[in-house]
Design a protein around this ligand. Structure first.
Ligand code: FMN
Length: 391
C-alpha cells in the first residue's frame, strides 16, 4: 500500500512493527478517553471555505524561538524511536532537517544527543525532571555544548500513567523470561523489522541516559530506571535551577490549564506546548485543542504557544493555528511513518502534511500561516472549544 494519509502510515506501521512497539506508539493511558478526544475534537471543528481570492502567493513559514520553519510544524519528542527503525531518531532528524522543521529528541531516545547531532543538525532537546540532579545538570551541559537551540521541559510526567495495552502486549509488567519470549516471537514474525534493527540498528539502549544505567541491556530496563527517576517533587522553582545551566529558550511541555500557563510565564519560560502527552498520562482530561484557546487568551502575548495531540493532517494544523497556536508538534504521525519505513516515509508524511496545509490555506483564503486566526473557522461543535473561541 502506498500511504496517502497519516492513517495509512499507521496501518503500514501496524503491519511492519512487532506488536509491543506498535501498541506502545498507538496506545494511550487507561480507557484512552483523552486520546480519542484529541482526535475527535479536532475533527469537529469546521473550517470556513472562501473562494475567488487570488491565492497565488502562499507563505507557510513561521518563526518560533528565533528559528525559521518552512511550515508551522515540528516533530515532538517520541521515546524509543530507534526501536521502530534502525537508528530511528537520526533518520527522523534528517527528514525534519530536509523539510526545514525542527526535530525534538526525547530523553528516552535510542540514539544519543551526540549521535543525532552527528547525523543531522542539533535537535531540540526534551528533558524530564529527574531525581538525580547531578545527571540532569550533565545532560543540560551536553545539550548546550552540542548546540541544541531549544530545551523542551516536559512537566506532565512526574509519574507515568498506566498504559493497559503495554501490559497486554507483554511490553511491561512481565518477568524477564516472558519479555524475552515475547520479543523472540515478535522478531520471528516480523522479519523485515528484525533484519533492519539487528543488522544496522544496534545498540538497543537509550543512548542519552545510557551512562546513568550501568549494566542494563534491554530497553525496558532503561524505561524502569527512568520511571523510578521521575521526580514528583518538581515545582516552578525548579525552572530557576534549570536556568543556572541552560541559557537558551525553555519550552514547558504538558500544560492544559490557563493558571499553569500564567505560572509558566512567571517562571520565565519562553514557550509552552499545550499538551496532554498524546492522551498517555491523565486519562479523562480535556483535549489539547479544546484547552488551546483559553491558554492563548491567557498568555499568548507573553510567550510562544505551541500545541500537540491528535494532529493527523494539514487541515488539523490549520485548525490549531486558527485557535492561536504558533506551530504544532506531530507525535504519532511521525512515529507511524518511521515504523512504516524509516526516513523516506517520514519525508513522505511531511510532504503530505505540507500539501494538505497548502490546500487548506488556499480554500480558506489564508495567505500566511503567521496571520491565521479564528476568522478561518466556520463552526465548532465542541462546546469547550467553542465557548472560548467565541469570547
Ligand atoms: C510513542 C510515544 C512516545 C512518547 N515519548 C515522549 C517522550 O519521551 N517525551 C515527551 O515529552 N513526550 C513523549 N510523547 C508525547 C509526544 O511528545 C506528544 O506530546 C504526543 O505524541 C502528541 O500527540 P499525538 O501523538 O496525538 O500527535 C510520546 C508520545 C508517543 C506516542
Amino acid at each position: 500500500m502506498r500511504a496517502a494519509s497519516v492513517s495509512d502510515f499507521r496501518e503500514l506501521a501496524r503491519r511492519r512493527l512487532p506488536r509491543i512497539f506498535f501498541e506502545y506508539i498507538d496506545g494511550g493511558s487507561y480507557a484512552e478517553e483523552t486520546l480519542r478526544r484529541n482526535v475527535a475534537d479536532l475533527e469537529a471543528i469546521a473550517l470556513r471555505q472562501r473562494v475567488m481570492r487570488d491565492m497565488t502567493e502562499l507563505d507557510m513559514g513561521v518563526e518560533v524561538f528565533g528559528q525559521k520553519l518552512s511550515m508551522p510544524v515540528g516533530l515532538a519528542p517520541v521515546g524509543m524511536s530507534g526501536m521502530y527503525a534502525a537508528r530511528g531518531e537520526v533518520q527522523a532528524a534528517r527528514a525534519a532537517q530536509a523539510a526545514g522543521i525542527p526535530f525534538c529528541l526525547s530523553t528516552v531516545g535510542v540514539c544519543s544527543l551526540e549521535e543525532v547531532t552527528q547525523g543531522a543538525q542539533a535537535p531540540w532537546f526534551q528533558l524530564y525532571m529527574l531525581k538525580d540532579r547531578g545527571f540532569m545538570r550533565e545532560l543540560l551541559g551536553r545539550a548546550k555544548d552540542l548546540g541544541s537551540p531549544v530545551l523542551v521541559f516536559t512537566v506532565d510526567l512526574p509519574v507515568p500513567g498506566a498504559r493497559y495495552r503495554d501490559v497486554r502486549s507483554g511490553f511491561t509488567g512481565g518477568t524477564a523470561l516472558q519479555a524475552a519470549l515475547t520479543q523472540a516471537w515478535d522478531g520471528v514474525t516480523h522479519p523485515s523489522w528484525t533484519w533492519d534493527l539487528f543488522t544496522r540498528g544496534k545498540p538497543h539502549t537509550l543512548g542519552t541516559v545510557a551512562s546513568a544505567v550501568q549494566g542494563s541491556r534491554r530497553v525496558t530496563d532503561f524505561l524502569s530506571w527512568i520511571s523510578r527517576n521521575f521526580d514528583r517533587s518538581v515545582t516552578w522553582k525548579d525552572l530557576d535551577w534549570v536556568r543556572e545551566t541552560w541559557d537558551g529558550p525553555i519550552v514547558v511541555k504538558g500544560v492544559l490549564d490557563a493558571e499553569d500557563a500564567r505560572d509558566a510565564v512567571k517562571a520565565g519560560a519562553q514557550g509552552l506546548v499545550v499538551s496532554n502527552h498524546g492522551g498517555r498520562q491523565l486519562d479523562g482530561v480535556r483535549s489539547s485543542i479544546s484547552a488551546l484557546p483559553r491558554i492563548v487568551d491567557a498568555v499568548g502575548d507573553d510567550l510562544e504557544v505551541l500545541m500537540d495531540g491528535g494532529v493527523r493532517s494539514g487541515l488539523d494544523v490549520l485548525k490549531a493555528l486558527s485557535l492561536g497556536a504558533k506551530a504544532v508538534l506531530l507525535g504519532r504521525a511521525w512515529a507511524y511513518a518511521l515504523g512504516a519505513g524509516g526516513e523516506a516515509q517520514v519525508t513522505r508524511m511531511l510532504n503530505i502534511i505540507r500539501s494538505e496545509l497548502a490546500v487548506a490555506m488556499i480554500l480558506t483564503g489564508c495567505r500566511s500561516a503567521r496571520a491565521a486566526g479564528r476568522e478561518l473557522l466556520d463552526g465548532i461543535d465542541v462546546p469547550s472549544v467553542a465557548n472560548r473561541a467565541r469570547s
